[in-house]
Design a protein around this ligand. Structure first.
Ligand code: RAM
Length: 926
């Protein structure tokens, strides 16, 4: 027995007490709390018991320091069974913990045969599809503008369904398994179920539709009961993605549910979605995720989900035949209402509309309380910015992007309106038709995102950088609503390139492990037979035709590579090896596709090439087809220009990078020969790149900042030419007035490359730059999120038709944590970490902390003149190496430490808190 050490934060598959999972070998993790320093686990013992108390797994004492992702290894886990588990550990100080408090793990319905329910569909008008359009149609202005009225007259209303059932005995346990075509909300006997929004999450529904499991034990009455479901179009039927096209998965709303009730006497009742359900349209005329909703409060059906409600007018539902082969249990976080924000200011425009400013760009909706005459029609429009004259400005172009809600009041005292089945990307709401001034306490913004733990923060002595960090976090939260999106207003699409770029930052700020694991499943499922990985996932039915018409290609370098890079980031930051195993086949298929393309195609410009050597190396260059390239280079006004000018070199850099990553991954998975083959491939690509594209002065053939950065980062440059290439890059940045000119794909490496190549002064200048384009330019221009384009508000004040909430350029967050505060992953999941802060960056303090899978890891420094105090906190069962360069008088908890001959100190520490004091000798060059 001991009290000094205990296990904490027990999770299965990264969730506390997961409910209804279908992972047959779930993995267990915990953190260790101890008042000692240098604590390492030496053994664990896990016991899992079923509902009868029978041990289904007794791991016995396993001597290991592994405390995360421990795979279940007992007898097969059974459908709908709730298991209880406990763990105890031993540490290297001779301590043995008590058994932990028991935790749960509950399985869902593990096979198709468990589903007794059938799909049902309410009586409804089938959704009407729009014409196919291309991206060019949207941005060229060629799109025929139909009025909102014209477009919405065809939208069908959300539906309500209800069913009565009687239970005459005491309920012991009740579970509801449920999913839908469209998104649903659930009520039992007039009570809403949990805080869950937009279920089922957006997945590749045709092949992957998640069901959710609810514990409804406390919701069921003895006697008559009513189960109520509300259903709206959501992603399944609604107008989604860039082209705003509907019916991507189907055109009819439907429900599949199974309510299993275990009674005290051991018997069981099962209620399923069947023909005993009846349906009705509720108070909505329509509700579309992107367009908005139209809601008539006069049509509210009070108590519609209570047994006593008179549903005589409701119509029968029909059974529908759909395969259950696409069903799987919910994995990872659901969307919830996560935060609320009060308005900062409310003002009137000349036409009488009221503008509510919430002071923060978000994804979500507003909730308003009002006392207005019956029949009052109020319009709520949403936008992220005001124009240069301070007027409400619809910043989003395209079809079906209205973000507008209509409400007709019922005339009650303080009636409340909060839309149900829509969300918007906004900071401002323009309210038209509200007869009296809206009071700040009567209106609230509700922020919606997938329920993930905030795991990290970075702060420093410069408030502008703190705001930048907050902007990054806001762009992350609001672009992680069900899937990782590019923006929460115009497209809301799971662009693979955007999350590839942002994943390292994302993994500092939040626990994105399960969220991205779920999304990667769709990336794999939607991989094309030839190995191509889609540019956005889920793709939807029009992906192929729209991509071919818009770009001519189904995939792009730097976007498709997400299938390798994102799992790699998850492995590095969370120590999850299964993520590599699960995605390995898809990774190799993608790289084979790239390889075959590179080997079989040459650019048109080389069709008459005579030089055999040159022709021969073309097979290592991925230099054909369309790619987004270093997307959105600020100096190129047309995004397609940045694509066309850089695509060839960018694609080859990513080809090399992915080959190398795949070599590393192959080694981790024990595939040594494959690893050697990819390593060899990487070398050949790099050699061919240098010969083809870099001249003797280190100049590349598409001389943009981004190409130099990628060439350096991905080692496309031999050591002898490296200084020349660095020089070219530094020169370009200098000529550009120390402003960046990098697109999506190169910006993640900009600061690292400069710092690694001795150009850290240049990096700091870019960081503190306030002219456009720069991070602080956005901050100084009032940004509350990261913009799609640096000049979304141009220096002359012009406001662009841009997204003001794209996280990609926020990827500098990763560098702030790693380089400024100095928290770097060492062994996967921070089993070891490297703490290397850069106290010479011009700040007087910086601090970062992250909640790793092992617990809290933090680094925080303050500097007075050149004297620095650094506090490092290392979680139990891990170690850290503190690296300090060009420092003197180094003391650790008061004891003097010596630098090595290179003026570098590398000090290994175990868990616990430590104080380092030193003098920072670095003298910045002027
Ligand atoms: C834009 C998206 C996204 C980007 C693609 C290429 O439309 O917003 O950010 O990945 O284009």
């Amino acid at each position: 027995m001991c009290c000094k050490v205990k296990v904490d934060n027990l999770k299965v598959e990264n969730q506390v007490n997961p409910m209804g999972i279908d992972i047959l070998k779930p993995r267990f993790s915990w953190t260790i709390l101890s008042s000692n320093h240098n604590v390492l686990q030496t053994a664990y013992h896990i016991i899992v018991t079923d509902e009868q108390g029978i041990k289904v797994w007794n791991s016995n004492k396993v001597e290991t320091d592994q405390s995360v992702w421990i795979e279940y290894n007992g007898s097969p886990l059974q459908s709908r069974t709730r298991y209880s588990w406990q763990v105890k550990i031993w540490d290297n100080h001779g301590n043995e913990t008590d058994w932990s408090v028991p935790q749960n793990l509950e399985m869902g319905l593990l096979c198709k045969e468990d589903w007794l329910a059938a799909w049902i569909e309410p009586e409804q008008q089938e959704a009407v599809e729009e014409a196919e359009i291309t991206v060019q149609d949207i941005f060229s202005g060629a799109l025929k503008e139909e009025s909102l009225e014209e477009r919405t007259k065809n939208l069908h209303p959300p539906k309500r369904l209800r069913r009565l059932f009687t239970i005459n005995k005491t309920v012991k346990k009740a579970r509801l398994y449920m999913t839908s075509h469209g998104i649903y909300k659930l009520e039992l006997n007039g009570r809403k179920l949990e805080n869950i929004e937009f279920a089922p999450d957006f997945t590749a529904y045709n092949v992957h539709l998640q069901y959710q499991t609810y514990d409804v034990t406390g919701y069921i009455n003895k006697g008559e009961n009513a189960l109520g479901v509300e259903l709206a179009d959501g992603w399944y039927i609604g107008r989604i993605q860039l082209t705003g096209h509907s019916c991507q998965y189907g055109n009819k709303l439907g429900v599949l549910l199974q309510l299993e009730i275990e009674l005290e006497d051991g018997t069981k009742e099962i209620i399923t979605s069947d023909e005993q359900f009846v349906s009705s349209s509720g108070p909505w005329q329509y509700a579309d995720l992107f367009i908005g909703e139209s809601y008539d409060a006069r049509l509210e059906q009070e108590n519609w989900s209570c047994a006593e409600y008179d549903a005589a007018e409701w119509t029968p539902v029909k059974r529908a035949e759909y395969s259950l082969g696409n069903l799987s249990a919910q994995y990872g976080p659901v969307v919830k209402a996560m935060e609320e924000i009060a308005p900062r200011e409310i003002h009137y425009e000349e036409d009488g509309a009221q503008i509510i400013d919430f002071g923060q760009v978000i994804a979500g909706r507003m909730r308003i309380q009002m006392t207005v005459p019956r029949d009052t029609r109020i319009i709520f429009e949403h936008s992220e910015v005001l124009d240069e004259n301070g007027k409400f400005f619809m910043n989003i172009m395209g079809r079906n992007k209205d973000q507008t809600n209509f409400y007709v009041a019922k005339g009650d005292d303080r009636e409340t309106y909060e839309p149900s089945f829509v969300f918007h990307g906004f900071r401002y709401v323009r309210v038209t038709g509200h007869p009296t001034p809206i009071q700040t306490e009567d209106i609230t913004a509700v922020v919606l995102y997938s329920d993930m733990e905030m795991t990290g923060n970075f702060t420093c002595s410069d408030e502008r950088l703190n705001r930048l960090q907050q902007n990054i976090q806001w762009s992350q939260k609001t672009n992680m609503l069900s899937i990782p999106t590019d923006c929460p207003q115009r497209e809301r699409a799971g662009w693979t390139g955007d999350i590839q770029v942002f994943a390292p930052t994302a993994a500092y700020n939040m626990d994105v492990s399960s969220f991205l694991t779920r999304w990667l499943k769709d990336v794999r499922l939607e991989q094309f037979p030839d190995g191509q990985i889609a540019n956005y996932v889920p793709t939807g039915k029009y992906y192929v035709s729209e991509s071919k018409a818009s770009f001519g290609n189904l995939s792009s370098a730097g976007w498709g590579d997400a299938i390798i890079i994102v799992p790699w980031v998850l492995y590095e930051r969370y120590g999850d090896t299964r993520i590599l195993e699960e995605n390995y086949t898809a990774m190799t298929k993608w790289l084979n596709y790239v390889r075959q393309t590179a080997e079989s195609e040459i650019p048109d410009s080389l069709k008459d090439e005579q030089d055999a050597v040159r022709l021969n190396r073309q097979k290592y260059l991925w230099n054909t087809g369309f790619h987004f390239g270093d997307w959105l280079i600020p100096s190129m006004k047309d995004p397609i220009e940045s694509a066309l000018k850089t695509k060839e070199l960018v694609a080859t850099c990513f080809y090399a990078n992915s080959a190398l990553l795949l070599a590393k991954i192959s080694i981790i998975l024990g595939k040594k020969e494959t690893a050697a083959m990819y390593e060899e491939l990487n070398q050949q690509i790099r050699k061919a790149f240098e010969e083809e594209y870099i001249d003797k002065n280190g100049r590349v053939s598409s001389p943009t900042q981004g190409i130099y950065i990628l060439a350096l980062q991905m080692n496309m440059v031999s050591d002898s030419k490296r200084p020349l290439v660095v020089n070219q890059l530094a020169q370009l940045i200098k000529e550009n007035g120390y402003k960046l000119d990098t697109g999506f794909l190169s910006i993640p490496y900009l600061m690292d490359v400069l710092c690694k190549e001795g150009e850290h002064e240049t990096a700091y200048r870019l960081l503190f730059q306030t002219q456009c384009p720069s991070w602080l330019y956005e901050v100084e221009n009032g940004a509350t999120t990261i913009w799609e384009s640096w000049s979304a508000i141009a220096p002359d004040g012009t406001v662009g038709y841009m997204s003001f909430n794209h996280y990609a350029f926020g990827c500098v967050g990763d560098w702030l944590y790693r380089y400024i505060a100095g928290i770097n992953p060492g062994e996967p999941g921070y089993k070891t970490s490297i703490i290397e802060p850069h106290t010479d960056c011009g700040l007087t303090s910086a601090a970062a902390e992250i909640n790793t899978k092992y617990g809290k890891l933090s680094s925080s420094w303050t500097k007075t003149d050149n004297l620095v105090t650094l506090i490092v906190e290392v979680p139990a069962n891990t170690t850290a190496t503190v690296v300090l360069s060009h420092k003197s008088n180094i003391r650790l908890n008061g004891t003097v430490l010596e630098n090595d001959e290179n003026e570098r100190l590398q000090n290994q520490i175990g868990s616990g808190s430590y104080q380092f004091d030193f003098a920072d000798n670095y003298v910045p060059q002027s």
